[in-house]
Design a protein around this ligand. Structure first.
Ligand code: MV4
Length: 480
């Protein structure tokens, strides 16, 4: 593999190119006209403008990307996350064009893109799953029968779903018909597939996922868990590894389950197996994400591996030259997604020119960044500016480092989720480790954040006053 095209933008494009450079592989960046001055474009050895700013006129143009890749004699395409990363058709077209797609086979992407197909694929492997029905349901009477058997509350879910779309909690049988209609029509318009099924609703779960890697020689390894329960409207905000609630025993069980899921779908490359974990620490397989995830750095920090490097090696046909026993968790890592969103104003995108942009540096601090001072944040894409990642010997150390790093991150020109991240890091429920997916809903309000910001300003003012008085008294001393 001599040349790699990264079919993505922002921090993840840079992250992937860094590893390619380290491995002596030339890099090609693609960009839309909105990104012509972006960091990821300057970072690459070669660049291609792929189209107009909207994603469907640039970063989603699979055919055009493949055409340009061929012109430039590209050997492999890395899709990053989002955009074309889980598009089975794109993966298939890349395969057919003779270019290596860095990811699993298109058939695997297709299976895992459907929750019902995924359930079907793992059916014979004794994988713990949430009680429910594993086929599409569209008849209200039948749905009521199923729900009664499972027991309320139940969750109606879209098979093609993602990001909570087409998902409906139902508390009693009178609401089933109405909610099922809504779920089906939402799924139809969002995914063009109205298949829905029914599961027992786990009321206060944690969201914990396992990183796996599978090579083309039949070796599959897991790289432990990431705790992703701190999210807002299905958008993760803070991720960490390891999770503070798992015992060694459950960790091993979940890891082995994840490996079995990967085996069941003939997995290749890096993937993530998602689980729900209930308050009694029962875990249930939810779905598998067939891409490199946003939060992969926390896994890299606690295991000491470069996941992109391993992805590339696997794509080149190499064997994973480590065993499960070689892998040990060391330390604790936290990641805060730094979005250009206003935490005080319903997380509305906050776009503008970054007139000041200085990232924190120091031991235990990693910033996977896609921006620099003077750049306008485009309105067309996900407003993730960077990922602020900290690593310490203990969870407490990683949290403390995160708070300091947030204080040392200087951004003027856009509101960001940095203050929100600090709010979470200072919250007793987060610090205690005792939280679930309802954390943000249960504990966060803009008023509370505002109050915290004001209190901090007061303390800073008092501190300054104190300093001033002390200096004055020092000045007066010689006269006494
Ligand atoms: C669930 C659940 C409770 N019970 N399934 C949301 C997105 C999708 N990946 C799965 N999701 C959930 N499925 C059952 N049977 C609760 C959620 C859920 C959730 C999961 C992970 C992270 C955040 C969440 C927020 C709300 C609901």
């Amino acid at each position: 593999m001599k040349k790699l095209l990264v079919a993505n933008r922002g921090e993840i494009a840079i992250r992937i190119m860094k590893t390619a450079k380290k491995m002596g592989i030339k890099t090609v960046a693609i960009y839309s006209t909105a990104d012509r001055n972006s960091l990821h474009v300057r970072f690459a050895d070669e660049v291609v403008c792929i189209g107009e700013p909207p994603s469907n006129k640039s970063y989603l143009l699979g055919d055009k990307i493949i055409k340009e890749a061929k012109k430039l004699n590209v050997d492999a395409i890395h899709p990053g996350y989002g955009f074309l990363s889980e598009n089975a058709k794109f993966a298939e077209q890349v395969e057919k064009s003779g270019i290596i797609f860095i990811g699993p086979k298109s058939d695997t992407i297709k299976i895992m893109g459907s929750k019902l197909a995924a359930k079907e694929a793992v059916k014979s492997y004794n994988i713990p799953m949430v009680p429910g029905i594993d086929r599409p349901v569209n008849n209200a009477k039948e749905a009521i029968e199923i729900a009664k058997q499972i027991g309320f509350p139940v969750l109606i879910k879209a098979s093609a779903g993602g990001g909570g779309k087409g998902m409906r909690i139902v508390e009693n049988e009178h609401d089933i018909e109405e909610q099922m209609k809504r779920a089906i029509s939402e799924a139809e318009s969002a995914f063009g597939d109205g298949s829905v099924f029914i599961e027992k609703y786990i009321t206060s779960p944690r969201h914990i996922e396992i990183q796996v890697l599978a090579d083309s020689h039949g070796h599959i390894l897991h790289f432990f868990e990431r705790e992703c329960s701190i999210q807002r409207r299905h958008q993760k905000v803070i991720e960490e590894a390891p999770s503070s609630i798992l015992t060694e025993e459950i960790r091993e069980k979940m890891g082995n389950t994840a490996i079995t899921v990967a085996k069941a779908c003939n997995y290749l490359g890096a993937g993530t197996v998602e689980f729900l974990v209930d308050s009694e620490l029962n875990f249930y397989f939810l779905e598998m994400n067939t891409r490199l995830q946003v939060e992969h750095p926390v896994t890299e920090l606690i295991t000491g591996v470069d996941l992109v490097e391993l992805q590339i090696k696997i794509a080149r046909g190499e064997k994973l030259n480590i065993t499960q026993n070689d892998l040990k968790i060391k330390g604790h890592a936290l990641e805060l997604r730094v979005y250009a969103e206003d935490s005080l104003n319903n997380f509305l995108p906050s776009i503008g020119k970054l007139t000041t942009y200085k990232i924190p540096v120091g031991e235990g601090i990693r910033v996977d960044n896609g921006f620099e001072e003077g750049i306008d944040i485009p309105i067309y894409y996900d407003p993730l500016l960077a990922k602020l990642i900290t690593y310490g010997k203990t969870r407490q150390e990683a949290i403390q480092l995160m708070i300091e790093a947030i204080d040392n991150y200087q951004i003027i020109g856009a509101s960001t989720t940095l203050p929100f991240g600090k709010f979470v890091c200072e919250h007793h429920a987060f610090r205690s480790g005792n939280f679930n997916t309802h954390f943000v809903k249960d504990y966060y309000s803009p008023e509370k954040l505002q109050q915290q910001i004001e209190e901090e300003a007061k303390i800073a003012a008092l501190f300054a006053l104190n300093l001033h008085i002390n200096e004055q008294s020092i000045l007066k001393l010689p006269t006494n």
